[in-house]
Design a protein around this ligand. Sequence first.
Ligand code: FE2
Length: 151
Amino acid sequence: MADADVDDLTRVPWFPPVQRDLDLSGEYLVGHVRDVTACAVCLAETLVERRGTDLSLDHVVAGALVHDVSKLAEFDGMESTPVHDLLGHPYYGVHVVERAGLPVELAHVVLSHTSRTAVEPATIEAAIVRRADEVAASAIRWCATDDLRTV
Ligand SMILES: [Fe+2]
């Protein structure tokens, strides 16, 4: 937050370019991250309970919490910054996670959570966070359309 000069985390928008395109004001990063974390935990717990899947729930929760950390530096309010324009999502997040001394598995979750990189999830924890993020983002887009194929 200090690096990005963010003093109120609750005012960081979810994703300004999409929000502008879809006229979606009032969507914030904190709410989205909570959606992703809750969805990811549900997916993980379901797989553990139904299949006995061997996974780290700690990595699922932590990965979901940090997956969009780059957005603090990518946008200043609704305006993009050079971090967004020159690095793109989510490379700065990998840097933040690494600098914080978090495990490389969490950097992988950040790097592979979006189709805007060529890195596909290699771990079940990363796959879970990616799918949780996709469906949580779809839930936001769903507020602006009755056909997700159009947005
Ligand atoms: Fe996200």
